[in-house]
Design a protein around this ligand. Sequence first.
Ligand code: SF4
Length: 353
Amino acid sequence: MHDVAADFLCHLPTPLQPLPWRGLPLDGKLLLFERNTGLNALLEGEETAHLHRLAPRTLLVAVTNACNLKCPFCYRPPEARSLWRYDSLMTFCEEAAAWGVLEVAFGGGEPMLFPRWGEFICELYERTPLAINFTTNGTLLTEPFLKQIAGRYGQIRLSLYEDNAWAETVALLVRCGARFGVNWLITPAALRTIEKTFAQLLSLGVRDVLFLSYKGNEFPEMHLSPDEARRFAAFLQRAHTALGGAVQLKLDVCWGESLAGVPSLFGTGDCAAADDFLSITSDRQVKPCSFHEVAVPFETIDDLQSYWQAQRAARLPAPLGGCARLPQRGLGEKGGVSHAIIPLAAIQQQPQR
Ligand code: SF4
């Protein structure tokens, strides 16, 4: 399939042109992405004015619902089945790549429990141009596994929990030269020791930190109050000023506008759920993001494309207190949570906004 990137490489600086770029047409722009370096280049001008978005950038795929930990705040539905198998997941990813998707971000459950996970990553890297990322609690990572997948993935995202011995896992990842970052849930409790924990992360060799917000309704005490959000924003500003580009400081999209004064690379005014990314469940359903309750079963990649076309402009909020699409971020509200599964046909009939 012709990749639109080839027509635009002449606009890049000469040393960058030989990289194996892929292009994702956006509305009036072109995003160029290179999976081995993680480089992005956004082109916008007369030459790109005719382009239209044809696919989401990323699919978030829960490869299994099984997990070896029992975190009380976990949002995955315990009753959901694990329907993906090696071959069905491979075929699905190949079709997603042909659609134009640039990245897959695997999660779960715990992806390390997916049978032949290392082999799957290696084969997927060979068979598709996709960037392959996965989020793990890290407890099952080993040196042989990291050697097996070396050079064939984009990033490993390590979740920091109280009970997953993350410091030891970080040491393993650093020792093996793995490409990784940490995912850190910022609650009021985490905020109280944020400077100390952050210093520990840096001393261990972490250079990429994604700060996550709590989204759920079950534990209102895990949401930051406005005052705590201000303190967190002040911490981020201090860290950014002190570290500059030496450490990547990332915020999940659900923080929305709640962290006043924090410098941002991308200020799009929306989280882009269902447009830039879709969430695929372990039981082969699709949702705008992992925190939506309404999931739609799908069979084929055509089903998924129809869902994306129908949903991308709707900008539906998740019915959770931490969703940035809710008025005032909905903090402290109890959303009217629905577990209903609606048929694809009903979604396809919804008018686009
Ligand atoms: S819809 Fe809400 S919960 Fe989902 S990604 Fe967007 S802001 Fe976050």
